[in-house]
Design a protein around this ligand. Structure first.
Ligand code: NAD
Length: 268
């Protein structure tokens, strides 16, 4: 958002999460300049235009657009949107980065259904070109056009999808990722071989375990739980995935998921 020229504030209730977000953003801008992807001028402008605060009120009170990205837990989303409704301007658009949830349901947590929509980004956001836009039952055409324009200014492609749990991308990705865990549990092969088979045999750019570790296994499990509740048996999370999350093996963010991450090497 900052690189696209928007005055941007990042907020999180954990100061450690904010500190690592700030460090990562600085590092991404710096390496973008070094690799010739960004001019020094745009990089400097972006860093000057992004602020960090643990105060939700400070972050949102003047905002025209809020992109919510708290964990995929309906009760948490509800609490956050109820708070946002109290502090945000009445003209502000509420966008949710939910991977699976209904924007109509999320709109019911606030009082501006015409101005509530899903803007689903992909990881890593600075590289992935798509934003999946999902409109709720009451989302206005004006809101759809506004977020499409924001996406265009961010240099992203968009698809506008009708509401259904998991949309297009998460529904497909959850199934592939879950099936890979069933295969691992059944002893079909090592994670490396399952990933290699999917990459080289099916031409996926990343294997399902590499992607799961990048997305976060807890995030993947939350998505599957929601889809299981809404769409049934097909999405029941693999017990091995539940076990990994219980053990704190969440992927790259904890240094260990299906693979182990050291500074210089990745191992199982
Ligand atoms: N991880 C991905 O690849 C990915 C991709 C697309 C969409 N999403 C969606 O984005 C959302 C977040 O997923 P994630 O993987 O980044 O989760 P995460 O757990 O890695 O990060 C969520 C952040 O929200 C913060 N948070 C929790 N409660 C808060 C509150 N009340 N107020 C302010 N901040 C709070 C946490 O401290 C944490 O830093 C989910 O809806 C997920 O489905 C994730």
């Amino acid at each position: 958002a900052a690189i696209a020229g928007f005055v941007t504030t990042v907020t999180d209730n954990q100061s450690s999460a904010l500190a690592s977000a700030e460090a990562e953003i600085n590092q991404l801008v710096e390496s973008g300049i070094q690799r010739g992807k960004l001019s020094e001028q745009v990089g400097a402008y972006a860093l000057a235009n992004v602020a960090f605060t643990t105060s939700l009120n400070t972050a949102v009170m003047d905002a025209d657009l809020i992109i919510e990205a708290v964990p995929e837990k309906p009760q948490l989303k509800q609490a956050v949107f109820q708070l946002l409704e109290k502090v945000a301007k009445s003209s502000c658009i509420f966008a949710t980065n939910t991977s699976t949830m209904s924007p109509t349901e999320i709109a019911s947590y606030g009082a501006r259904p015409a101005k509530t929509i899903a803007m689903h980004f992909f990881n890593p956001v600075h590289k992935m070109r798509l934003i999946e836009i999902v409109r709720g039952l009451e989302t206005s055409d004006e809101t759809v056009e506004s977020v499409k324009e924001v996406a265009r200014r961010m240099g992203k492609e968009t698809v506008v999808i009708n509401e259904f749990p998991g949309f297009v991308t998460s529904r497909m990705s959850a199934l592939v990722g879950n099936e890979a865990f069933f295969m691992l549990q059944e002893g079909l092969g090592t994670p490396e071989d399952i990933d290699k088979a999917i990459k080289l045999g099916l031409n996926y750019p990343m294997g399902p375990f590499e992607l799961g570790d990048l997305v976060g296994l807890d995030t993947r499990l939350n998505n599957l739980r929601y889809l299981h509740e809404k769409l049934g048996e097909k999405y029941r999370p693999a017990p091995l995935l539940e076990q990994y999350v219980q053990a704190g093996r969440l992927g790259r963010k904890t240094g260990k998921g299906v693979y182990q991450y050291n500074e210089e090497e990745v191992t199982t």
